[in-house]
Design a protein around this ligand. Structure first.
Ligand code: CQM
Length: 285
């Protein structure tokens, strides 16, 4: 392809992949430890919601990695000429539990690639649909939004995050220390350098420090949602990452009962009061 043609990635719409994994009790126990939880889901138990993000991830050979530590773009996720990847949001429907110890299959399809111009510059949004099943039982349907941004430029448009709500009924604080980031990267087979390589995060991607994983924050919000409802199963969860959170800077996980749908509105509030992630959860009861 001539170098002056900027790819838009839309040729990848419809691309599919399929991965199998055993919902490993050892990984579940390791995530429970990393999150400092009292209970560990053992063999045969239901995997807590969002913990499936530990499984089905591509493990690429070193020669197939891109400069950010992810598998090189073009293998499944398309190359769209925008180098900085972020996990920016998703929508999940939980139909049936994934069982610890059992084999599961994830079928994935790229369903949209769209180019946008945001306050922070040009963005490419790649949306992937995943269907996760035990044999013929569909357990989770998920749409995952990956955002790709332009290379960091000195003096480029800065982030202008909104403020988080101030009416939380439930609030918990978490310090995302580097050991937690390390464990979450390892448990999710995620080589993305923004989470552990400080000079890369700062000098190449232009962040102020190591970035907290979007799926980790969303996992913590799932946990808060479950506690707010005394363990009732979540049936739907949607989230959008609005601003990055950084290592060692405490943030709050907060929730309030939603007047619209009777479920919960949740958010992560960053250290300066910024809205870092917003989410909604609804329940089977
Ligand atoms: C994405 C940023 C730069 C856009 O910020 P912006 O200010 O430029 O955007 P905007 O002006 O608010 O919106 C522009 C357009 O983009 C859309 N948009 C705007 N935001 C989103 C979103 N979240 N999800 C989907 N779409 C989004 C928005 O709807 C709009 O579309 P429209 O023109 O059609 O109306 C900004 O929201 C941001 O910095 N978010 C934080 C992302 C983050 O911190 N993610 C977690 C860390 S990265 C990670 O964990 C990675 C991992 C795990 O290693 C991994 O690679 O898989």
């Amino acid at each position: 392809m001539p170098s002056d043609i900027i790819p838009d990635g839309r040729e990848a719409i419809g691309r599919t992949e399929c991965r199998r994994a055993v919902i490993s009790p050892a990984r579940a126990a390791a995530l429970a430890a990393a999150l400092d939880l009292d209970s560990v889901p053992g063999g045969g138990a239901s995997l807590p919601p969002a913990w499936h993000w530990m499984f089905f991830n591509p493990v690429a050979r070193r020669s197939e990695l891109g400069p950010d530590g992810h598998p090189r773009r073009g293998l499944f996720v398309p190359e769209i000429g925008l180098p900085r990847r972020m996990w920016a949001g998703g929508r999940l429907v939980y139909h049936a539990p994934l069982l610890v110890g059992a084999e599961a299959i994830r079928e994935s399809e790229i369903i949209d690639v769209s180019m946008k111009t945001g306050r922070s510059g040009r963005l490419g949004v790649v949306t992937i649909r995943h269907r996760i099943s035990h044999a013929s039982t569909l357990c989770i349907e998920e749409e995952q939004d990956l955002v790709f941004r332009e290379a960091a430029l000195a003096g480029g448009p800065g982030a202008s995050p909104d403020s988080a709500p101030d009416d939380a009924r439930w609030s918990e604080v978490l310090v995302p220390d580097p050991v937690l980031l390390f464990h979450y990267s390892a448990l999710t087979d995620n080589g993305h350098r923004i989470h552990y390589d400080q000079s890369y995060a700062r000098l190449v991607e232009g962040y102020r420090d190591l970035v907290v994983h979007g799926p980790l924050v969303a996992t913590l919000l799932h946990g808060l949602a479950t506690r707010c409802r005394d363990g009732a199963p979540i049936c739907c969860f949607a989230f959008r990452a609005m601003a990055p959170l950084f290592v060692d800077r405490p943030f709050h996980l907060e929730a309030v009962t939603s007047e619209n749908h009777g479920g919960l509105s949740l958010w992560a509030r960053g250290p300066e009061g910024e809205l870092a992630m917003q989410a909604t959860a609804s329940f089977d009861d």
